[in-house]
Design a protein. Structure first.
Length: 147
């Protein structure tokens, strides 16, 4: 009974500790989600002086024991919304997600409309037969083909 209680307690500790360990911030994790404000590339590939300052800022925040979300919030406070590689879905940033979808849907609707219109057309009339050959043209044709 005592060993079952110890096993249950150990399992509960692991379940509680797992989310805390998963939220620990690390520089490589944050670098992939943050942009260099000078050159506009992801921080993990940028070598600009401003990128070095941003990395140091992140290291300082990690040393203070802050979580990934807290560090990203601090970066936004320090450098502005442009520092985030993935813009949020609130406010004006929602247009970044909605406009491409709307444009795609409108383009598809335009294609469907055009195809239906092209397929629905019927020929206006039968093509006219060529005019009959004159006697002189028929004679010349016979002479040419007879050679």
């Amino acid at each position: 009974m005592k060993s079952a209680l110890v096993t249950l307690l150990a399992a509960l500790l692991l379940v509680v500790a797992a989310p805390a360990a998963a939220q620990e911030a690390s520089l490589p994790d944050i670098e992939d989600e943050v942009m260099c404000v000078e050159c506009g590339t992801v921080l993990s590939v940028s070598n600009s002086p401003v990128a070095m300052q941003e990395r140091q800022f992140i290291r300082d925040q990690i040393a203070q024991g802050k979580s990934k979300d807290e560090i990203k919030d601090a970066l936004v406070d320090e450098y502005g919304e442009a520092v985030l590689a993935d813009p949020g879905t609130e406010g004006f940033n929602a247009t970044l997600w909605v406009v491409p979808i709307l444009v795609t849907l409108l383009a598809l609707a335009g294609i469907v409309f055009a195809v239906r219109r092209w397929r629905g057309r019927t020929p206006t009339s039968e093509p006219e037969p060529p005019p009959p050959l004159s006697a002189e043209d028929a004679r010349r044709l016979d002479a040419e083909l007879g050679r």
